[in-house]
Design a protein around this ligand. Sequence first.
Ligand code: HEM
Length: 488
Amino acid sequence: MLLSYTTAFVFLGVIVAISIVKTLLPTLHNPLNALPGPWHTKLTNLRLKLAVLTGRRIHYIHSLHTKYGPYVRISPTEIAVNDPAGNKHIHGVGSNFEKSAWYNDFTVMDRPTLFTMQERRSHAARRKLFARGFSRSNLKTNWEGVIKEKVELVVRKVQEEAGRQGGKVDLLKWFTLMASDVSSHLMFGESFHTLEQGEVNEFIRVMTLALKGNGIGAELPLVRAVGKWLPFKAVRELWQTNEILDEYARVAVRNMKAAGGGKNIFANMLAESEKGEEGALDDRDVEIEATALFIAGTDTTAVSLTYLIWAVLRKPDLRIQLENEVSTLPEVYTDADTEKLPFLSAVIEETMRLYGAAPGMLPRIVPPGGVDMGGFYIPQGMTVTTHAYSAHRDPEVFPDPLEFNPRRWLGDEAAVASMKAALSGFGSGARSCLGIHLAYTELRLAAAEFFRRCQGSRLAESATPESMEFENFFLIAPRSDRCEIVVA
Ligand code: HEM
């Protein structure tokens, strides 16, 4: 028997009403309702996802903190935290907030890496194994020469290209090549030599896609699943990048071994692993970690360094002060010499404050039992996430926060100490950046060499604040994907 139109409509209406009630009911009892935040975040994460897709996550979260305060509900299960005490609670030593599953989706490798590991014990063992390789002393003894060589080469290449092109060069391109050659030399045991070629290789092109694709895919798995099957090469590639990266990792690690054990940052770790230490690495781990470390250490450094030069060149008085300071270095100088330069150090701190390349989300899971934070109860299993972007723009800690002012780091000791305590551009606690000393070495040496050899350089007309506005797919990058300067 066929239903009448009226009965069919009533039937449909009941189904829709049940679905709405089923969606709304749990939201009535969600303890996160007590947190401030836009009304729609009680029901859906769609607004957040839109911000992710359009590369504006940090801007969106910052606008919410500005409007609602340090604890904001950003979806039915996520809270953004911009509070020093909360930051310490989540990331501090002994914290039992583990990284969220988002990290697994972000890399999509077939095993966890140091960056993605969630379980604390395995992470601690792997971290211990890696710590020596990335220590200040190991970098200085074994790798400083390699880094210095690439730094000198990039500045020579910038000068040569400027000579051919009426002075104009794209710094982002050249620093990406430099950081890639450093990373490939350290992680794979051989440089990609992209500086000599003057252009990115397939690995870097794909890696850049991977970062963008995974940033989106981690938040929107459905988009990733559909994307793989779309009939457009560019879109398909965006979601298949990890397979291509893997291919390169295998070749690079094989080459390293074929050269007789090679010399890369894993050499000593492999020796430790052979002794059967906890967290030991096998060949596949090395392949995966080499790629993951390459990714973690390349665009991050290149982007921060590019913003450093851009920010200094915007203000001729800063440029002249820095040029004068680095010209006091001896003809042949070491990283230890650059570490003694107060203004250069201040410029780097200020760069990391405003232009650190990873100022966005660091999502963590609330441990069993839930937590009381900032006057709110947050149940176990919820995601809490901190953002250096907002912490670094707190006017209470950093007066005139949007101003790039390295001199703030040379002032009153107590103020400097409280600013340092608020910095988290390299994360904090047990999951802070493994490559911090490598990054600082590259930043110091490259900035010193650039301002020694390219005195009087200026920004090209294209390098405007608008063109350098952040696009945020986990990392930040200039919206225009370039930063042109005119080398004197
Ligand atoms: C200016 C450059 C860099 C910036 C701004 C940066 C930033 C960060 C941040 C914010 C984290 C914390 C991530 C989180 O908790 O989710 C992190 C972790 C990490 N970084 Fe960096 N990084 C930089 C350079 C490097 C370099 C050169 C390497 C190594 C080659 C590296 C390797 C790592 C690794 C392995 C982790 C994960 C550590 C762990 O979970 O134990 N980073 N980095």
